[in-house]
Design a binder for this molecule. Sequence first.
Ligand code: MRU
Length: 374
Amino acid sequence: MKIQGRHTRTIWQEPDGAIGIIDQTLLPHRFATVKLQTLEDVAHAISSMQVRGAPLIGAAAAYGMCLALRADASDEHLERAYATLLATRPTAINLKWALDEMLAVVRNRPREERLPTAWRRAAEIADEDVAINQAIGRHGCALIEAAAARKKPGERVNVLTHCNAGWLATVDWGTALAPVYTAHDKGIALHVWADETRPRNQGAALTAWELGQHGVPHTVIPDNTGGHLMQHGLVDLVIVGTDRVTATGDVCNKIGTYLKALAAHDNGVPFYVGLPSPTIDFTVSDGIAEIPIEQRGADEVATMTGRTADGRIETVRIVPDGSAVANYAFDVTPARLVTGLITERGVLPPARGALAQAFPERLTRSDQPRSVAR
Ligand code: MRU
């Protein structure tokens, strides 16, 4: 997508072999890029959320394996890199998927071949993400076009989204927002309700910023507003992203997604999920019981950060000293509340048979051993 008119991806290889990223913790107030030189730099970038969003976490981890191999291509270091990166964030399955992909291509190779092979596969993972998201955009656009056909002349389609599943959460295009960008670029009149998404405000900070950069009309709303809008016919469809989808179609996504799905169900509003196939975890059947839910630091809830009138970035406390806070980062929406899964191979019902039939190659891949062959 474009930043100030210039095509930009969220992650890239620098001429000196470092990895470049956009520091998403500074947006929307400052656009700055960061060079990652080591495995530790990448691990820090993922856990501090300089890079975030399931597909981008996967791509960053793939490049992290390259930086690790650049320093030391031994089996021991490969194992250490895999474990270090895997421990950065627990919920998005794209992280493990990408690490397994990297291990699969390098583990049985002589040391001198490992680094060039790893660079190739990491670049492919990034390029594949872009192609997948463009396909999600095409399939999801058809849903927005159908909604547009039901509108009166002069009315626009209202899409509600949660958190940030736009191009900042991927290598390019986004998942939930790929259909929005595709439809907007085709000239379909639409408007996005962007949930602010406390506690880290990815909707207010990131979704609003990237939609604004692309010229997509949008309105930021407090997280509790969606149900009211749906009751008044102001939402035509909900499209969210996801960090992990089970073999049975349960959807794990940013905390608060489940409440939007309940409200959508109660109001007859279609609830769609945009996802690339690496987000499907065929080893998990019951999302509520089996998906590890990340719990993050109390400060994310107890404080807020923003720009003052004179341009300073300040963090202020909003919770009384001494009050306990809880910070569950994700929740699970059961498949029964999901209208459809927008994948690169079409819009699928959230059900085991449909997912298995659409992605048969993933069924066998998920059984692959993980350890490095010595
Ligand atoms: O904690 P984050 O910001 O990494 O969470 C992001 C989300 O929950 C996104 O909706 C999800 O990763 C889908 S990304 C295309």
